[in-house]
Design a protein around this ligand. Structure first.
Ligand SMILES: Cc1cc2nc3c(=O)[nH]c(=O)nc-3n(C[C@H](O)[C@H](O)[C@H](O)COP(=O)(O)O)c2cc1C
Length: 357
């Protein structure tokens, strides 16, 4: 079988392979999935203003993220239970990310533990943190991540409770017995009706969380703190005031509140509000090198990809994820060359046409 040529072909192939309930869990979003669609459409709707007769014989994509050198401005987004796609799950993603020289952001609900991941590859990793009602449990996980050499905490703030994921409810989504939330002793229990994962999240995550939680986290860890799930300038400013060093502009891939602003639309106001006091990253619907270029032009330091690496993992394990990362790297370099931007510092706001132009 020929290798998929792009991220869309990986998704098509994954759809043929995966059981319907797992495909639906990965592809789906909340409500009418308006935001799932709009995330991709918003990048596609932006138009580039390329410059010509620039020497683009060598395009440079390396940069730093929180001071850490990386090969390109891209991270793998935290996605729960990668072992649903492939038995090697997050271990395969860790190896592929490490070989590609990018940071892997590992979900709290990873199917391999932080210690297993640390011993599997020497790559760069952040822990995505969900704050549990049980602060002791949350603190213990933070301490384990710190001990295991994780470089930052990425606190997800857009899940006070799970979004309305009707596909999962309809499918009665269960976590198969061979897949575990490996950071915890307790298994995700089955439920009589609806989605086991949504019920677990509603039961365990703390819906009363406020900005004070960031101050508490800073008191229990030395790790730098990034927040994920910011969509407004107001919240971006509050995040900076609470000492975060990075902000992920994200709507959770359209899986939480449906019909929120797309991330491409939210990004500029957040970049403007933050005024360089924190690094700003963005995720949601990034599928092409041109999407990365547009995100950087709007002021993001880097992008994250979620579903695309899950599809690649399902299709071809570690090699699939490695291929997707190489493909996006090549696509970014080509896009930079054709836009007349040999260096990332050449990618500025004038590269995209904004509606008012
Ligand atoms: C199957 C799946 C599981 C996810 N699990 C988590 C998670 O555990 N923690 C988290 O912060 N975000 C989670 N996300 C959101 C992603 O980190 C990311 O924000 C989103 O997938 C980006 O959009 P994209 O899939 O269009 O690239 C998940 C997304 C998907 C598709």
């Amino acid at each position: 079988m020929t290798q998929p040529r792009n991220l869309r072909e990986y998704e098509q192939r994954a759809r043929e392979i995966l059981p319907q309930a797992i495909y639906d869990f990965y592809v789906g979003g909340a409500g009418d999935e308006i935001t799932v669609r709009e995330n991709e459409q918003a990048w596609a709707g932006l138009r580039l203003r390329p410059r010509v007769l620039v020497d683009v014989s060598a395009c440079q994509t390396s940069t730093t993220i929180l001071g850490q050198p990386v090969s390109m401005p891209l991270l793998t987004a935290p996605c729960a239970l990668n072992a649903l796609a492939h038995p090697d799950g997050e271990l395969a993603v860790a190896r592929a990310a490490s070989a590609a020289g990018v940071i892997q952001v590992v979900s709290t609900l990873s199917s391999y533990s932080v210690e297993e991941l640390a011993s599997a590859s020497s790559g760069m990793r952040w822990l995505q943190l969900y704050c549990y009602r049980d602060r002791g449990l949350t603190k213990a996980l933070v301490e384990r991540a710190e001990a295991a050499g994780f470089g930052a905490l990425c606190v997800t703030v857009d899940v006070p409770m799970p979004g309305l994921r009707e596909r999962d409810i309809r499918n009665g989504f269960k976590v198969p017995p061979h897949v575990r939330a490996a950071n915890f002793e307790q298994a995700i229990p089955d439920v009589a009706e609806g989605s086991a994962l949504l019920a677990y999240v509603a039961d365990q995550f703390d819906p009363s969380l406020t900005w004070d939680a960031l101050d508490w986290l800073r008191s229990v860890t030395r790790l730098p703190i990034v927040v994920k799930g910011i969509l407004t300038a107001e919240d971006a400013l509050l995040a900076v005031q609470h000492g975060v060093v990075g902000i992920v502009v994200s709507n959770h891939g359209g899986r939480q509140l449906d019909s929120v602003v797309s991330t491409a639309e939210a990004l500029p106001e957040i970049v403007a509000a933050v005024e360089g006091q924190a690094e700003v990253y963005v995720d949601g619907g990034i599928r092409r090198g041109t999407d990365i270029l547009k995100a950087l032009a709007l002021g993001a330091r880097a992008v994250l990809i979620g579903r695309p690496y899950l599809w690649a993992l399902a299709v071809n394990g570690e090699a699939g994820v490695a291929h997707v990362l190489t493909h996006l790297h090549d696509d970014l370099k080509l896009s930079m060359a054709l836009a007349g931007c040999p260096k990332l510092s050449d990618v500025g706001p004038r590269l995209v046409r904004v509606a008012a132009d």
